[in-house]
Each structure stands twice: as structure tokens, then as C-alpha cells.
Design a binder for this molecule. Sequence first.
Ligand code: PFF
Length: 461
Amino acid sequence: MDNKNFKSRFGFLMAAVGSAVGVGNLWGFPYKMGANGGFAFLLCYAFCVVIGYVIMTGELAIGRSGGKGVIENYKLTGKRNGWIGVLAALSVLLITGFCCTLTAYCMKYFLANLGTLLNASWGINGGDAAAYWDAFLSNGLEAALLTLLCVVITMVILFKGTSGIEKFCKYAMPLLVLLLLIVIGRSLSLPGSSAGLAFMFKPDWSVFQGTGWITVFARAGGQAFFSLSLGMAIMITYGAYLNKTENIGKNAALICFFDTLVAILAGVAIFPAVFAFGHEPAGGTGLLFVTLQTVFTDMGMIGAFFGCIFYLLAVIAELTSLVSLFEPQIAFINDVAAIKGKTISRTKLVIGVSIFNFATGALVAFDALGKGGLIQPLGFCWMDFFDLFSEGILMPIGALAMTLILGWKLGPKWMEAEMTQGGNTWKSKQFYMVCLKYIAPLFILLVFAGQISNFFGLGWF
Ligand code: PFF
């Protein structure tokens, strides 16, 4: 494989933060924070990010020490550990399926607002946002074609390997932050916006009452792990491209910090505007494609401008996540070919992986969140089904296995050798190992239980 390392720390950081920042930050975190205790939730989330930091550091270390794709990397930690890599790879395949389609949805709304701005017939041009969303969803072909467009863009970025990822993310991520700041400026300047800030930040300590604190921690943990792209093949694959001289701990801390910062900023961009126009707070697709579009429509022509900016930043957030989801698949197939003594050109690998991802993305597009009349696995729409298996099941099991192997089998000596490569120091060793061996595994089990209970509506806590 042209297993070329990232050329600069900034490039690596932007690629990794780009993976972490996605719809999880835009539609997941802000609503969950507001609906689960505001500032009280944020404190729990901060704790979860510390655990996330422990897992991310471990994944980057495993990746960099092996320098291969996820399955081969796990095999290098112990002959029988390859199955953890298989879970991670599977998880990535499932997540990619729905992320491609979500990117396409954001693209549609970017184009729709652009059309309004240009006074074109293909603009959204006022009207009921909920009806527009339903009409779009029922047109599976349009969503599938837009999915194809997003897959092709990702493919083009990936042809050049890490240098393509690095180049794209180096410009895309600062642009995303700039666009976010523009939307924040508008949102906060609206009369009545303070109610949105109160929704997000006002502490509600009552959420901790009884067993409530378990629920809050389980929700915050699930959100943090998904948002940081953990328990999948991503950080292991990106770690494999990290220079030996880089300080893994410092990089992981920066990724966690920026991901959380963008999640909070997204809330400050979204909820003040939602409340200023008197709408009910929501999460998920309802927030992104109905509530927010209604707000942009309510703003009139200037709303189309801000709509363009907002959905463009959502597209960017998703594209930088998509490249991180495709790359582990490419690295994995490349490893398999190498074991068999074959070499496959990067171009062929990228095209092959893209075709597969387009197929799963098209399935999600035609399923239209369950409205497309396709068979519903276990009664879930395909997007939720993929999410359940990846985020709900495979990801926590993979992350748990990783902490056990690293904490209990490879141990502090192995970890120290990797952390201090290139003359770096590792000051938090004691604290890190306690978290890795005891706190992280227990916490992942809690998140796992929370996810299962949430997905199947079991109401455990
Ligand atoms: N972290 C991204 C988000 O918060 O939206 C989504 C994601 C990307 C999850 C890549 C997992 C992943 F491997």
C-alpha cells in the first residue's frame, strides 16, 4: 500500500477532527445536551470525553505501532485478536452506508437554498418545510443520485491517498469553523435568541435524581463515542499513517477538544435561532431538515443565504467523515491482497470500495427512513438498523475488547514504548492505565446497556 504518512501534524489533526465532526455534532449533541439537563449534561459529557480520550489514545497507539489496516493491526497485538478488527471493519461498513445518504440529504438542502437564492425553479422557495422534506424523501431516485454525487466526491479526494485526505481536510475544516461562526453571529443577533441559550446551558440537576444519572451518563457516553469516531477502524487506520515522532497523547487530546468545541458551537448556532422563531427543539433529521429549514424560510431571502452556509458546512462535516470511513476499507482490502501476494492499484481499490458504499447508500436512500416500502429488518428502517448494529452493538464490543487487550494483556510497558516513540514523554501514565484497565471497560459496559435499552425501548434506566 502506498502507506504514506500524513505530512504535517496540522494535516493529521484536521483529518482526524474532520472524521469526528459530523452530524453527531450538529444534530446529536446540542439536542441531547438541551433535553438531558443542559449544563449538567455537559459535565457528564466532559467525563465521557476523558474516557473517549483514553480509548482514542489506545486506538492511535495500536494503529501506529502496526502501521497496517485494522484487522492486521489487531492481529499484531495477538494472533487471536483479529476478530476485534473484523468487528471494527464491519462497523465501518454499516456506518458508511447511512453516512453517504445523510451527506446526500445535506447536499440536497444546500442546493435547495442555493436555488432559492438564485431565484431558480429548483429552489425550495418558501412553503411548508415538513411537506418539502416528505416529498424529497419519497423520491428515492433523487436521493440515490445525490448519494452517488457524494460518493464520487469522496472517491476523488481519496485517489491521492493520505495526501488527498490531508489537503482536503486542511482547507475544509477551517472553512467549516468559519461558516459556523457566521451562522452563530446571525443566530445570536435574533431577538429572543437567549431562550435557545437557556435551553442548552441552563443546568437542570434534577436529571441526576434516582437512577437518572445512569441514563444521563449512558446517553452522554454513547454520544461521545460516536462523535469521536471510536470503536471503529478509523483512529486505528489514521494512527497507522501517523509519524513516529508525533506525540499521540497530545494529538488525541486536541481531537477530543476540537470535536467537543464544534459540538457546543453547533448548539449555539442552531438553538438560539430555533427559539427566536418560536419552534420546538428537536433532534435528528427532524431538526436538520424540518425545524432548521423552517427557520431559514421564516427569515426570508436572507434565510436562503444562511441556509446555503449552514447546509454547506453540514456537507463539509460529512465529507470529511466519509473519507475517514472509506479509508479503513481500502487499507483492509489492501492488506488482504498483500497477504495473498497481490498488489491492487489504489485507483482500483478506491473505485471498488466506492461502488460497495454507493450500493448500501442507495439502499438507505430508497428506504427513505422506512417510508420507501422496502423490507424492514427487525422492524427498523435501514438507517436505524445499520446504526443499531454499528453504534449500538459492534462499536461498544470492539472498544471494550480494545481496552482489555491494551490494559490487561499488552500492559503499561507496551503502551509506554509506543507513547514515548520519537523522544516524547508520557506524564499521565499512572492515571491513564487506571482509566484504561478499570474505568473505561466498566463505563463502556454502561454505555452498551444504555444503547441496547434505548434502541429496543427496554427502559432499563
Ligand atoms: N463522528 C461523526 C459524527 O459525529 O457525526 C460520525 C462518524 C464518522 C462516526 C466516522 C463514526 C465514524 F467512524
